[in-house]
Design a protein around this ligand. Structure first.
Ligand code: NAD
Ligand code: MG
Length: 396
């Protein structure tokens, strides 16, 4: 049976990789909806190529431009806009699978709507899970939705679980999950020089090509911290059974260790089309366009412990997970605001961790009892982050 997809965030890096895999298998996959925020031009190109029923953008002006260009080209794709339109295409009966690839908190509402509607969800948008892990996983359980991880580490763990992911970690003698991390562009850089790094330097990842927000998160290693929280919810394991291991070659995407001393790893070239193809075709395997791994050419795989002093964001995320409640939502919101300020050259690189730390210290933690409570904590953390950033000097 053909899978009909809603692709949230189609104009981003994950969106591109997903469409690349979809285009290789037109008999297996078709597109119901594509969504973009402001990049109308790229969305028009994608619509002309994949002929979705619906295209969603962020605002009325972009919608009008996209609509005009599509009509000129003879396309019948319906154009809608705004947050509610994202929710509609995610829960629509016309799609069975939702690829959640919007960056940041903006992805929460449509991804949660897909969960409520019992869809198969291919999750890249880790921020949604970090914000509302218990609520999100509870919704998935109640509705019978199927959640497949796209994040390369979590996809690797899923592949290494007992019976290829068909059983959770509570069975089958799993002792630990080991998330690998490249260490980003600043793994070996003299820490005292990190204050001066530019957004372009921070976005130059040694192994992966990704959107700018996650690239900065990789440079601070907040990304790995968010991924520990993501793994905690996805696989229902406490933080102390999730290890982080630096592996600069990014060939082993993560591992699962077992009671008998076995460690299972998933390997591959660092290209998101592999986890995307795995999740799209699950439980089958299809061509992703990624070259086969040549281990003789890779020759050396190395490992080291993470340096929490160099990467304070990683420690902050671990602390937020240990605290529970709305601490993860506040951490995520403060980080989104701080990364945006860094990308706009309003604060320096080291001020990202400083801002997140100050926000977590300023806010009172409490239980994440409902989605409203989580969204309030998110908003409060954003306000606190803006106040802290206003008091910081503009970098030279
Ligand atoms: P990106 O910046 O390249 O793309 C983001 C997409 O989200 C774009 O289509 C954009 O139009 C859309 N978007 C942005 N703000 C929006 C808003 N307010 N409302 C609606 N849509 C909005 O990001 P990316 O690198 O593709 O990452 C997407 C998600 O996948 C992130 O959560 C990231 O952490 C996760 N992820 C990415 C990679 C990767 O290799 N790029 C790997 C693992 C996980
Ligand atoms: Mg990852």
């Amino acid at each position: 049976m053909q899978k009909r997809l809603t692709l949230l965030g189609s104009t981003g890096s994950i969106g591109d990789s997903t469409l690349d895999v979809v285009a290789r298998h037109p008999q297996r996959f078709s597109i119901y909806a594509l969504t973009a925020h402001r990049n109308g031009e790229k969305l028009v190109e994608q619509c002309l190529r994949f002929a979705p029923e619906v295209a969603v953008v962020g605002d009325a002006d972009t919608a009008a431009q996209v609509e005009r260009k599509l009509r000129e080209a003879g396309s019948k794709t319906v154009v809608t806009y705004g947050p509610q339109a994202l929710v509609e295409v995610s829960k629509s009966d016309a799609c069975d699978t939702v690829v959640a690839a919007i960056v940041g908190a903006a992805g929460l509402a449509p991804t949660l709507a897909a969960a409520k509607a019992g869809k198969q969800i291919l999750l890249a948008n880790k921020e949604a899970l970090v914000m509302s892990g218990d609520i999100f996983m509870g919704t998935v359980r109640d509705s019978g939705a199927v959640l497949l991880p796209l994040d390369s580490e979590h996809n690797a763990v899923f592949q290494c679980l007992p019976n290829g992911g068909h059983e959770g970690v509570q069975h089958g003698g799993v002792t630990k999950i080991i998330l690998t991390a490249s260490g980003g562009p600043f793994r070996t850089r003299e820490p005292s020089t990190l204050v001066n790094v530019t957004p372009d330097e921070a976005c130059k990842h040694p192994n992966w090509s990704m959107g700018r927000k996650i690239s900065v998160d990789s440079a601070t290693m907040m990304n790995k911290g968010l991924e520990v929280i993501e793994a905690h919810y996805l696989f229902d394991l406490p933080g102390d059974r999730i290890d982080v291991l630096i592996h600069p070659q990014s060939v082993i995407h993560s591992m699962v260790s077992y009671a008998d001393g076995s460690v299972l790893a998933q390997l591959g070239n660092p290209d998101m089309r592999t986890p995307i193809a795995h999740a799209l075709a699950f439980p089958e395997r299809v061509d992703s366009g990624v070259a086969q791994l040549d281990l003789a050419q890779v020759a050396t795989l190395t490992f080291e412990k993470p340096d929490y002093a160099r990467f304070p964001c990683l420690a902050l995320a671990m602390k937020a997970l240990a605290e529970g409640g709305v601490a993860s939502a506040a951490l995520n919101a403060a980080n989104e605001v701080a990364v945006d300020a860094f990308l706009n050259r309003r604060i320096g690189f080291m001020a990202i961790a400083q801002t997140v730390d100050a926000v977590l210290n300023a806010l009172q933690n409490h239980s994440a009892s409902s989605l409203e409570v989580v969204l309030e904590a998110d908003a409060a953390a954003r306000r606190a982050a803006h106040t802290i950033i206003d008091s910081l000097p503009v970098p030279a």
